[in-house]
Write a protein that binds this ligand. Structure first.
Ligand code: TRP
Length: 470
């Protein structure tokens, strides 16, 4: 080993970076609208089941594989068996695809920081149409997206310790403070109890196979799993960092943030008599409307909320960018700077397509698949690639790696106890693949976009066939 691999400088720094990756748009933008559309409490319950039995299990596997191999997504698989290279490649592709829409929404959040205090809230009834007009504009959202992407580039170019870790150590505590103050305020509103009931009391009448796939996809998306992101972050870990407790902490923090986002939104939403089923526009349409009814403190709270959203998004998208960058550095021996710039340019092209697919191209869909670019990137990763990626890492770790090696890595050569190793191993090897198989199969059969599902699964199968050549 000639060149020294970059490392996190402290465990706290690593935890902030990993939690920063996990906590993002998935928690604050997507979780509330999914819960809203899927019946609230019932969705939360199914989601929590997936997070703690499958998500936490897979996260520990990803950290372990990353630190054991000292390699990022593709290299980790490839160094063990070339038959598995495809699984890493799917991860890198997923990073491109997620970054094909994530910065679009990150750009909206950035824009809304400013819009909050420049008159958006003065006309509450116009807020929904203002959102529609903004995201379908051919120029303005692109400009904000570029700005947002620029923040990412600046952080990732500086590297793992100086860039990602330093930024996360500052931004994550800020995020906690901001989001908790908004949630705290929402709880005090009269009528808030209705929102709590919606979020926490399960109503199973709205649950179908689709709900399960949505909850599973959301669990993977929210925890940054199933595409080698946590493998990559794990590869920068020092040998004495405790893996199992790190996975537990990151999983718990991520869950806390999703619930806090729900508490920031639903009680206020019900207090002001609005509907939870708004869809992807939920935080951009409902939240400003809520704040608009709060008098002069409204714009300030709204600005705080969207700064929090932007920060959360930023510490996540840098991790997605890093997956590709680490691949190019590790496997293609590119210098970091070149890797960051090239990757970002490609991502910006994807994002431009995604953004325009919500506006001037909104009537056009990809032939056969029947969805626009934004939905293509979003649905393909969330409903197919991440779940299958999670299944693959579980099978790979459970069946391809040696049990003793895993145990040695997780217990830091036997120096830290991991009492539930056997349980974890069983969950990983048998429960996770079977559960994902079931949910993916029945969920895809019931999916609203069958052609896209078939496309996704076939794509993975073809890559698998050619794995040795990748
Ligand atoms: N977890 C992030 C969120 O909830 C998004 C994200 C970052 C991600 N890295 C990832 C999703 C890797 C899947 C895989 O917003």
């Amino acid at each position: 080993m000639g060149t020294e691999r970059e490392n996190w400088s402290t465990r706290f720094g690593f935890l902030m970076a990993a939690a920063g990756s996990a906590v993002g748009l998935g928690n604050i933008w997507r979780f509330p609208y999914l819960a809203g559309a899927n019946g609230g409490g019932a969705f939360l319950l199914i989601y929590l089941g997936f997070v703690f039995f499958i998500g936490a299990t897979v996260m520990l596997a990803e950290f372990t594989v990353g630190r054991m191999t000292q390699k990022s997504a593709v290299g980790a698989y490839k160094s063990v068996s070339r038959n598995w290279t495809f699984a890493g490649i799917i991860g890198v592709l997923s990073a491109f695809l997620i970054m094909g829409f994530y910065p679009v929404v990150g750009g909206w959040a950035t824009a809304y920081v400013f819009k909050s205090v420049t008159g958006l809230l003065s006309e509450p009834s116009a807020i929904p149409s203002a959102f529609g007009a903004f995201i379908s504009d051919p120029v303005r959202p692109l400009a904000w997206m570029f700005l947002y992407m620029l923040f990412n580039i600046v952080i990732v170019i500086r590297g793992v310790g100086k860039g990602i870790e330093t930024a996360s150590k500052v931004l994550m505590p800020m995020l906690i403070l901001l989001l908790f103050s908004v949630a705290g305020y929402g709880m005090t509103l009269p009528g808030a109890i209705e929102g709590f009931r919606f979020l926490f009391v399960p109503d199973f009448s709205a649950v179908t196979a689709r709900t399960f796939l949505a909850a599973l996809g959301q669990a993977f998306f929210s925890l940054s799993l199933g595409m080698g992101c946590m493998v990559t972050y794990g590869s920068y870990l020092a040998k004495d960092t405790k893996l199992a407790s790190s996975a537990a902490i990151v999983t718990t923090m991520d869950t806390m943030f999703a619930i806090t986002a729900g508490v920031a939104i639903f009680p206020a939403l019900f207090a002001f008599g609005m509907e939870p089923t708004e869809g992807p526009g939920l935080v951009f349409v409902v939240v400003p409307q809520i704040f608009a009814q709060m008098g002069f403190i409204g714009p300030v709270l709204s600005m705080i909320f969207f700064i929090a959203l932007m920060i959360a998004a930023l510490t996540s998208s840098v991790s997605l960018l890093e997956v590709v960058v680490a691949y190019l550095i590790d496997e293609k021996k590119w210098p970091r700077k070149r890797a960051v710039i090239t990757t970002s340019v490609v991502m910006l092209v994807f994002c431009t397509l995604a953004s325009l697919s919500l506006g001037i191209w909104s009537n056009w869909t990809i032939p056969v698949l029947g969805v626009g670019f934004f939905d293509f990137f979003d649905i393909l990763t969330d409903k197919v690639f991440l779940a299958i990626g999670g299944m693959l890492i579980a099978i790979f770790t459970g069946f391809r790696l040696k049990k003793e090696d895993l145990k040695r890595e997780i217990t830091n050569e036997g120096t830290v106890p991991f009492a539930i190793f056997e349980l974890w191993y069983f969950l990983l090897k048998y429960v996770t693949p079977v559960a994902i198989g079931f949910v993916a199969f029945f969920g895809a059969r019931a999916a609203a976009q069958p052609a896209l599902m078939v496309f996704g699964f076939s794509f993975i199968a073809i890559l698998a066939l050619f794995s040795k050549k990748l």
